[in-house]
Design a protein around this ligand. Structure first.
Ligand code: GAL
Length: 365
């Protein structure tokens, strides 16, 4: 095999060859920087529309320059046991890995759905490893925060549904996307006992070492932010609800100059829509929406992409990269990656499409 050429730039939306010359297969991904190496975790997809489900597992690649990625293989493999939560054919989406400095474990979280049940399970799931490149051992899947009330609702709202309320919402068709009569302030009460729904998700570790799980909940209509347990393997029971009725998906959270930023999307399945941004002084809010961060041709559909992660570049001041997926649901393996630099205008994020760019962008500006 001939050695593929070394890359020295990003080419958003183009095929991205790994060290074997094969298009990187790590969709809905996230990146962990550990001991000077970047690790990219994502959904391994196969050809055709079957590739939208998990037939292989979570793929990992590593890099020290962000352009050239070495294939480190499948680090969490689907199970051949149909009774397993991670059985082949289930849905494993948006895997993210964080490192716990106290336990020295790498902890993976991902969105899990069961084969043939569409997106109704709405569960989050965890796996753990001693090494960034695995193998990861599956721990459990669950709906977070069962038996806990959100910290930002009124005391008199902390009550399970009355039979009348349950009957009223039982007749609503909640397809997972915006509906005019979406019941903005009730579904977390419905889900109190069994745990809160958890679909599109990301993780964030703050400078004080506290970890957070950020996820689309309440039939996608409300974003929840949950504090993780100190070992990062479960949620702590402390959580808050944000943007009720706004249907934020594809969350990516980062911190810049002591402010927290959220980049996200609307809720239109695999079809791209307008990106969103929001800012807060505390991760517990209040969060203020700042609108679409994208500008220029294609900005109204995030240049064909949907957010998955924001990567702070190591050792480069104020350098943040927006990572998005251009999904190809009819041939999932052909999905493309859209990596673009984030600029800030008076603290409002701005993203423009570039055909190619490199990290000098951040130092030359
Ligand atoms: C998107 C979501 C993807 C996937 C897809 C399925 O909105 O961001 O992760 O779940 O819907 O239709």
């Amino acid at each position: 095999m001939t050695t593929p050429a070394t890359l020295d730039a990003f080419f958003p939306g183009q095929l991205w060859p790994d060290n074997n010359g094969v298009h990187i297969n790590a969709h809905g991904g996230g990146i962990l920087l550990h001991a000077g190496t970047y690790y990219w975790f994502g959904e391994h997809k196969i050809e055709g529309s079957a590739g939208n489900a998990a037939h292989v597992g979570v793929h990992c690649y590593s890099s020290t320059d962000l352009y050239n990625w070495k294939d480190d293989g499948i680090v969490l493999r689907v199970s051949d046991d149909p009774a397993s939560d991670i059985a082949k054919g289930n849905i494993i989406e948006r895997p993210k890995v964080i490192y716990n400095t106290a336990t020295k474990k790498f902890v993976m979280w991902f969105h899990l759905e069961f084969s043939g049940k569409k997106y109704s399970a709405a569960r989050t799931a965890t796996a753990i490893s001693d090494s960034p490149t695995g193998p990861y051992t599956f721990l459990q899947s669950f709906r977070p925060n069962a038996g806990h009330w959100p910290v930002n609702v009124a005391e008199d709202s902390k009550k399970i549904l009355s039979p009348e309320e349950a009957a009223a919402i039982a007749t609503l068709h909640l397809p997972g996307g915006p509906i005019p009569d979406y019941p903005t302030d009730i579904l977390y009460r419905r889900d109190f006992a069994g745990g809160q729904m958890s679909r599109d998700m990301t993780l964030f570790v703050d400078e004080d070492g506290v970890g957070y799980h950020i996820h689309a909940s309440e039939d996608n209509g409300v974003l929840h932010i949950s504090q993780l347990s100190p070992d990062f393997t479960t949620t702590s029971g402390k959580y808050a609800r944000f943007f009720p009725g706004r249907f934020h998906e594809a969350p990516a959270l980062f911190k810049r100059e002591n402010k927290y930023y959220l980049l996200s999307s609307g809720c239109t399945g695999w079809d791209p829509n307008e990106a969103r941004s929001a800012v807060a002084d505390s991760i517990w809010g209040p969060w203020t929406e700042l609108g679409n961060p994208c500008i220029g041709p294609g900005a109204e559909v995030t240049f064909g992409g949907q957010a998955t992660h924001v990567l702070p570049v190591a050792n480069v001041p104020d350098a943040f990269i927006f990572l998005a997926d251009q999904w190809r649901p009819k041939n999932a393996i052909d999905g493309r990656y859209l990596w673009l630099p984030i600029e800030f205008d008076n603290d409002k994020p701005r993203i423009e499409f570039l055909n190619s760019w490199d990290l000098d962008y951040f130092t030359d500006r």
